[in-house]
Design a protein around this ligand. Structure first.
Ligand SMILES: [Zn+2]
Length: 199
């Protein structure tokens, strides 16, 4: 069974309308092409570059023993992992003491995942590093000029030592935590110790 539809023959008004619509479509297309050439392509290359950087980061090897620089260069490292904390918690990180306002340096290349506050950590910065490892910096006095999604290089300043969160009133220190596959691991063995000569 077939259906025949007789197309009405176009009159002059319809042909004119059709020509105008085609012209509008062509102009709109050229306009879009021009906008892409002017603005789109550079953004596109940055986008591709960022994606590539992110993929390489996730494929990079996880931190190994003595591989990470001290986030507070010159400050003494003490293994405070596992110490008892309130409400039956244990300490899932390392505390590094330093004067208020001491700049905190990222231990790894990475992408900023959080710049904000929580109850225990106070002002915190969280960074996704090599192999997808999570790096958590807490009790900050203040943040450096970073935002979620920013790329940071190892050694870049991400914030400043303080006593925010549940550290309020204690000597200012950085709480530094490392998370691998979602579980906290002891940062102490992974950090380089050869830094400070005792004074
Ligand atoms: Zn701590």
């Amino acid at each position: 069974m077939s259906i025949h539809e007789d197309k009405p023959s176009k009159n002059r008004a319809q042909r004119t309308l059709s020509t105008v619509l085609k012209a509008v479509a062509v102009i709109a297309f050229l306009f879009v092409v021009q906008m892409v050439i002017r603005n789109g392509l550079p953004d596109m290359s940055i986008y591709v570059q960022e994606k590539w950087q992110g993929i390489r980061l996730l494929q990079a090897p996880l931190p190994t023993e003595n591989s990470l620089p001290n986030p507070l260069p010159e400050r003494r490292l003490v293994d405070t992992w596992g110490a008892a904390r309130s409400n039956g918690r244990t300490h899932e990180g390392i505390d590094i003491f330093a004067p208020r306002g001491t700049p905190i340096q990222s231990t790894t290349d990475g992408i900023v995942r959080k710049v904000g506050e929580n109850t225990l950590g106070g002002r915190v910065v969280s960074i996704v590093g090599p192999g997808g490892s999570g790096h958590y910096y807490a009790h900050l006095e203040n943040y450096a000029d970073i935002a979620v999604g920013d790329w940071v290089d190892a050694g870049e300043v991400i914030g400043y030592v303080g006593d925010s969160g549940n550290a309020k009133g204690t000597p200012p220190h950085l709480h530094y935590g490392i998370y691998i596959n979602g579980s906290a691991v002891n940062p102490y063995p992974l950090l380089q110790k050869e830094a400070p000569t005792e004074r």
